[in-house]
Write a protein of this length. Structure first.
Ligand code: C2E
Ligand code: MG
Ligand code: MG
Ligand code: MG
Length: 281
């Protein structure tokens, strides 16, 4: 076989396959160990209201405490090996505990967003689990937002809608994450009981280019016409922020304000007003 395929091709193919399998096995071990040894932590990235310059919430983003693998990689491995269900529950529980802790410190109540993988639809008791956790920790459901991506609709339209209506009935809010990266038509936006649409960073990166701005501005108008609010993700520059603000974007999340922070640092933002940044901008 080596001979017929050509030596170099075969070796290259073989080695890269083995490496990626070995890499996946390595990440799998790290994830299983993290679940057993309290090896995960959450970082919180602030979301700011454009109109007031005030903090309005956080997105919870999963980290390995030792930072050995970035989320972009370990989340997809967790999805491939089915561990995302257990990890998703860990994240949900940890967020609710954090919100409860902030409530007890009598800090202002801040909603926190949780990323929800399409594969977690297989966790059929998730909504009951969420409800129990909220009840146990005495956290009002409106303080939790669930982020889904539009790709969840591709294979599971009915199932997804049923899930989202269950969340709504519970009083949890819903956002559409990474908007503008998928291929689905905009029409699904009229069906989903969502509250917020998050424009993906890849759109925002191109925002200042000549023709992109018109496209994004009309996306914002369209989203507003469906009575949904808009958040821009990955805003790094004042100029992006300034123009987004002038075309009515409701919320901003990005390094311009802050990177995701460990909870003890995120707490310092509770009383911070970002308006000074707005004026400079
Ligand atoms: P996402 O949900 O779209 O989260 C936003 C990502 O953009 C985060 O990356 C955040 O750190 C990054 N980001 C925010 N503002 C800026 C900016 O101004 N510049 C740049 N360069 N990046 C910015 P992160 O934390 O690495 O997470 C990557 C992805 O991993 C997330 O994308 C989400 O899809 C997934 N993920 C993270 N935590 C969880 C989780 O708990 N559950 C699930 N299912 N997925 C998660
Ligand atoms: Mg997200
Ligand atoms: Mg996103
Ligand atoms: Mg994403």
């Amino acid at each position: 076989r080596v001979k017929t395929m050509g030596k170099n091709n075969y070796l290259f193919f073989d080695e890269s396959m083995t490496n990626s399998m070995r890499e996946k096995a390595r990440v799998e071990n790290i994830l299983r160990e993290a679940l057993e040894t309290d090896g995960f932590t959450l970082h919180y990235q602030p979301q700011v209201a454009v109109k007031t310059g005030k903090l309005t919430g956080f997105e919870a983003l999963l980290r390995l405490k030792d930072f050995s693998v970035p989320p972009g990689i370990f989340i997809s491995v967790a999805e491939e090996i089915g561990l995302i269900l257990e990890i998703g529950r860990w994240v949900t529980r940890a967020v609710i505990r954090q919100v409860a802790a902030w409530q007890e410190q009598e800090l202002p109540v801040m909603p926190v967003s949780i990323n929800f993988s399409a594969l977690q639809l297989n966790d059929t008791d998730y909504v009951d689990f969420l409800k129990r956790e909220l009840y146990q920790m005495n956290v009002p459901p409106r303080l939790i937002m669930i982020e889904i991506t539009e790709s969840i609709f591709l294979d599971n339209r009915e199932e997804t809608l049923r899930f989202l209506h269950q969340l709504k009935n519970l009083g949890v809010t819903i956002s559409i994450d990474d908007f503008g990266t998928g291929y689905s038509s905009l029409s699904y936006l009229t069906e989903v009981p969502a509250d917020l649409v998050k424009l993906d960073k890849s759109l925002i990166d191109r925002y200042l280019e000549k023709n992109s701005q018109a496209v994004i501005d009309s996306m914002i108008a369209l989203i507003h016409s469906l009575n949904l609010e808009v958040l821009a993700e990955g805003v790094e520059e004042k100029e992006q922020f300034r123009r987004l603000a002038s075309c009515g974007c409701d919320y901003i999340q990005g390094y311009l304000f802050s990177k995701p922070l460990p909870p003890e640092d995120a707490v310092n933002l509770f009383h911070q007003n970002f308006t000074s940044l707005f004026k400079e901008a």
